[in-house]
Design a protein around this ligand. Structure first.
Ligand SMILES: [Zn+2]
Length: 453
């Protein structure tokens, strides 16, 4: 009997074709009915504006630019905070850093470093595991140690300090190849773009991103650099470090490309939702500071958010201006995978935006100890804890140097201030669940060398 699917049902047509092609030899469901695999690639410390697709003129990111061109690029995406732990804790728990006790000057840096994720909250990986997914994490990040709760829900959790992006790729490839029939949720977290930017500069032409030699020892700690820059902002040193940073971005880009090539070669890519993002950016004295964990200006708060989804979702390639947050990644992935979202999560699914239904009225929030920022598609407000505000018109002033709040906070400034005030009213301040774990001397030393504690 001839099959005459309705032309309005491309999914049904694809399913029927896949069933016909699959023949009667196997029990595996047709490709179109199989839940999508997920690859969540987080490139630590990658600020959005250092990628070509976000306007950077240097050749830092040919592979990610190709991904952005084939998929969806969120132009106005921010991290929930400006350092790793609160940002990633927010992504996995669906809670704002302030609710987790990870933003706010009342908690010490050591307390934040050793705090655990709230036991009563089901984390993103746990939801995927409960939904029948094989859950894998491969990362190099001391702040994401299993002791703080980040491994919850992961069947395999490999935290591998000192592994570069290609080394992490190999570990993930091994886990993928050893898999079974279940769909996969994989989190891959590169550390190469983070300080000290000295791992991978070899292999690139010396002057590709401008001079990279340093007058200081490249082994100087982040802590020392930050202190030195505070005492005496050295723009020449900052520029050279920035060039080194660009070289690391290029290295991470090549590794990301290699991972995508592997997925393609093994037939996985066509059924994988790939999300590429970052936990925060990096500052090179744009607002008088160096590194990250400072104020939520764009160089530290604005991150890339790229999504490449299987064709059957029908997302048109292109740019979306809807304000987005790492908090939205969990609800989005769960919806696309057909799994229930956490009804108490603060983020919202970006599925409608991926389908082209933009919503430009909202704002995405970044929280730090000293200020919260609400970033809309056109404007941004910083609300400092001492009560002061700054307001920026992003199209005319993307560098956030021309504060308009002094002239009075009305119109869009008042709307964003209202938005933040209402959000603050809804959020209960978390005390930060102490783990009671003490850091070893080696951990303390490593954290210091990376600029923490
Ligand atoms: Zn980080």
């Amino acid at each position: 009997m001839p099959v005459r699917p309705s032309p309005r049902s491309p999914t049904l047509l694809a399913a029927l074709l896949a069933a016909l092609l699959a023949g009667c030899g196997g029990s595996a469901p047709p490709a179109a009915e199989r839940p999508p695999d997920v690859l969540l690639l987080v490139i630590d410390t990658l600020r959005a504006d250092r990628l070509g697709s976000y306007g950077y003129p240097q050749p830092t990111s040919p592979r990610l630019d190709a991904l952005a061109a084939a998929g969806v690029r969120f132009e106005n995406a921010v991290a929930p905070s400006t350092w790793t732990k609160p940002s990633m804790a927010a992504l996995f728990s669906g809670r704002y850093p302030s609710e987790l006790g990870l933003a706010g000057s009342e908690t010490t840096e050591l307390e934040k470093t050793t705090a655990v994720l709230p036991a009563g909250v089901e984390l993103l990986a746990e939801r995927f595991a409960r939904g029948g997914y094989r859950t894998l994490a491969v990362l190099n990040q001391i702040h994401l140690d299993p002791r703080w709760g980040f491994a919850r829900g992961f069947e395999h959790y490999r935290r591998l300090d000192h592994y570069d992006a290609f080394g992490l790729n190999s570990e993930l490839r091994e886990l993928l190849v050893a898999g079974d029939d279940r769909p996969v949720f994989a989190w891959l977290h590169y550390f190469d773009v983070h300080w000290p930017y000295m791992r991978q500069v070899r292999g690139l032409p010396d002057d590709l991103f401008g001079p990279r030699e340093l007058a200081v020892s490249p082994r100087i700690s982040m802590h020392e650099i930050v202190e030195r820059m505070r005492a005496d902002p050295d723009r020449e040193l900052a520029a050279r470090l920035s060039n080194r940073y660009d070289a690391e971005v290029r290295y991470a880009d090549e590794a990301a490309g290699a991972m995508l090539d592997f997925l393609e070669r093994t037939g996985r890519l066509a059924n994988t939702i790939v999300v590429v993002t970052a936990d925060h950016g990096e500052q090179f004295l744009e607002h008088g500071e160096f590194g990250h964990g400072n104020l939520p200006y764009d160089e530290e708060a604005r991150i890339p958010l790229l999504v490449l989804a299987p064709q059957r979702f029908g997302f048109a390639a292109g740019v979306r201006r809807t304000p987005a947050n790492l908090l939205d990644v969990g609800p989005t992935l769960l919806e696309l995978a057909g799994l229930a979202a956490d009804p108490t999560a603060r983020g919202r699914s970006l599925a409608a935006a991926l389908s082209g239904e933009e919503s430009l009225d909202g704002a995405a929030v970044t929280q730090t100890d000293r200020a919260w920022a609400a970033r809309g598609a056109r404007h941004k407000l910083l609300q400092f804890t001492e009560g002061r505000r700054e307001f920026y018109e992003l199209a005319a002033d993307p560098g956030e140097h021309d504060d308009r709040a002094a002239a009075g906070c009305t119109g869009p400034c008042a709307a964003l201030a209202d938005f933040l005030e209402q959000l603050a009213g809804r959020l209960e301040s978390g005390a930060g669940a102490s783990s009671g774990v003490e850091l070893t001397a080696a951990e303390t030393e490593r954290l210091r060398s990376l600029g923490y504690l």
